[in-house]
Design a protein around this ligand. Sequence first.
Ligand SMILES: Nc1ncnc2c1ncn2[C@@H]1O[C@H](COP(=O)(O)OP(=O)(O)O)[C@@H](O)[C@H]1O
Ligand SMILES: [Mg+2]
Length: 272
Amino acid sequence: MTIRKISILGGYGRAGNKDPVERVDLAMGDVLSIVGPTGSGKTALINDIGLFAGENTPSRRRVLINDAVPSTEFLDDPSKNPIALITQHTSFLSDLPVHKFLEIHARIRHSGRTGSVVDDTLEFANQLTGEPIIVDSAMTELSGGQSRALLIADAVIIGNSPIILLDEIENAGIDRSKALELLRKYEKIFIFVTHDPHIALLSNYRIVMKGGAMQDVITTGAEEQRIAGKIDQMGKVMDGLRDKIRGGELLVEEELRVIMELANLRSTGDVR
Ligand SMILES: Nc1ncnc2c1ncn2[C@@H]1O[C@H](COP(=O)(O)OP(=O)(O)O)[C@@H](O)[C@H]1O
Ligand SMILES: [Mg+2]
C-alpha cells in the first residue's frame, strides 16, 4: 500500500475540552513539529499517531491513512507498520556487532543489495553523531547519540518507513539540523517533538500543544523561513563557544564582542 497522506482528527484535551484544531493533514514530504511546554501533551499526540489512534486513547483522537481507517495489519505485523517512532528511551535489544545487526535487518527487509544498504545506513548515522560508529562494536556498547543516530538511519534507509516520528531527541547527542537536512532528501513524513526553534522553523507546519489539546497549527511563512537562517548562525556561534569550553580554552570578552557585532550587522544589514 502506498501512503500518500496521514490525517489527525481532533479529540479532547486533558480537561475534556475539545481540541481547538479539528484536523491536520500531512502529505508525503511534509515535516511537522509539535511544540509546547513540558506536560502539554506532545508525547501523547505523537503516541496517538504511532498507535493509529481510533478514539481508543485518552485523547479520543483518530488517525487516518489516505483518508481511511488504517488496516489492523499495520499494528499486528511490525514489518508492515509504516511508522517508526524514536524516543529518548528507544534502544536496540541486541548485543550483536553493529554490522551483523544491520546486515540481518537489511536481509529481512530487502532482497539482494544488503552491502550498499548497510554502508548507506552507517554513513547516514555517522553524519548525525560526532562520534563515528565502530562497526565491530556491539549494539549495546553504542553511546546514546550513536544509538539514536543508528535508529534514525536504520528506520529511514533499511526500514524504509514512510512515516518517522521523533520525540525530543534534543539531548541525545544528535546534530538535529543536519538530521533534518538529510531527512529532507527522502520523500517521507517527518514529525518532530521539539523545543528547538531552528527545527520548528524548518518544518512546514507546527502544532502548538496546551493542556493536552492541539491548540493551533502554524504554517511557516517566508519571514519565519528567513529567521530560521539567522537562528542557524546563532546556533553556530553557540556551538563555537561550547567547543572552546570543551577544549579547555578561556573565553575572551573582546572575541565575544566581535562575534555579537558581526551577528548584529547581519541581522540588520542585507548580508545573509
Ligand atoms: N488529550 C489528553 N487527554 C488525556 N490525558 C492527556 C492528554 N494529553 C496528555 N495527557 C496526559 O498528560 C500528561 C502529560 O502529557 P505528555 O504528552 O507527556 O506531555 P509532554 O510530552 O508535552 O511533556 C501525561 O500523563 C499524558 O498522558
Ligand atoms: Mg514528552
